[in-house]
Design a protein around this ligand. Structure first.
Ligand SMILES: [Zn+2]
Length: 127
């Protein structure tokens, strides 16, 4: 069995990862702008009606926590994508860190930051 992905494949995955990175960066930007706007609205004293609409306040803070949660997931993903780019540079990209086989290309296309093959990933998730 081949031990590495060839250069052509690596180039394709590099593009996929870079595209994905841009998407995530864009996402983070939108979320933080959104969160910022909401915080500014509250800070500027625009809380008219808030006291009388406790339900709205609750929904609003839930929304913000939810957005922040997404933002932190995105940051995590960004870190993983950067890591995948490093692995492309040193030629270890696409190789399962546990069993050292080449991860299926269909899996890498969907999850380019994957560090394990499906079998090893499933084993890890069961633990
Ligand atoms: Zn594996």
């Amino acid at each position: 069995m081949k031990k590495k992905l060839n250069k052509k494949d690596l180039t394709v995955f590099k593009k996929i990862i870079i595209n994905k990175k841009e998407e995530v960066l864009d996402d983070i930007k939108h979320i933080s702008e959104d969160t910022l706007k909401k915080s500014q609205k509250e800070a500027s004293g625009d809380i008219s009606g808030y006291t009388y609409h406790m339900a709205d306040v609750a929904t609003d803070s839930y929304d913000r926590e939810f957005s922040l949660g997404i933002a932190s997931n995105d940051r995590e993903l960004l870190y993983e994508l950067d890591d995948a780019l490093k692995r492309i540079e040193d030629g270890t990209f696409g190789i399962c860190e546990d069993c050292k086989i080449i991860i299926a290309k269909t899996r890498l296309k969907a999850v380019p930051q994957a560090r394990f093959c499906i079998k090893c990933q499933e084993k890890r998730e069961k633990k």
